[in-house]
Design a binder for this molecule. Structure first.
Ligand code: UDP
Length: 141
């Protein structure tokens, strides 16, 4: 499998629960490397731009309100099959449906406050990484 990069966001609910480290440990434990990272408070415009693909969905306003409700931890994960590996670690969007032992099963409260974001495909990963990290701020080893 190819070495990939994917964008991860630890959402405001998980940051408030003080579990950034526990979530990052899961990424590293699964063989993913954190090659860029930054804690940030998203502006409304940034959150709307990031989730533009969902702009017509009924949950869009609540999603944006939630994403700007506190700081988030944004990182780029690199490794073999990183995109799917991260999605597997995250679990299903709705934590009630997420497999046992996944990040969302263990740390998320609801489909709205679901602890993490992860890119869902190579194309979206490239766009999402560029949205938060200029290329020069990514540190591969
Ligand atoms: N979302 C929501 N209500 C829904 C579906 C999605 O609040 O009914 C939110 C949820 O936080 C999710 C995000 O919108 O993580 C993006 O949805 P997507 O279907 O892309 O899920 P993901 O890729 O995050 O699992």
């Amino acid at each position: 499998m190819a070495i990939e990069r994917t964008l991860s966001i630890i959402k405001p609910d998980a940051v408030k629960k003080n579990v950034i480290g526990q979530i990052l440990s899961r990424f590293e434990g699964a063989g993913l490397q954190i090659v860029a990272a930054r804690m940030t408070q998203l502006s409304r415009a940034e959150a709307e731009g990031f989730y533009a693909v969902h702009a017509a969905r009924p949950f869009f306003k609540d999603l944006v309100d939630f994403m700007i409700s506190g700081p988030v931890f944004v990182s780029v994960l690199e490794g073999e099959g990183a995109i799917l590996k991260n999605r597997d670690l995250m679990g299903a969007t709705d934590p009630k449906k997420a497999d046992k032992g996944t990040i969302r099963a263990d740390f998320a409260d609801s489909i709205d406050a679901n602890a993490v974001h992860g890119s869902d495909a190579a194309e979206t990963a490239a766009v999402e990484i560029a949205y938060y990290f200029p290329a020069l701020n990514v540190y591969s080893r």
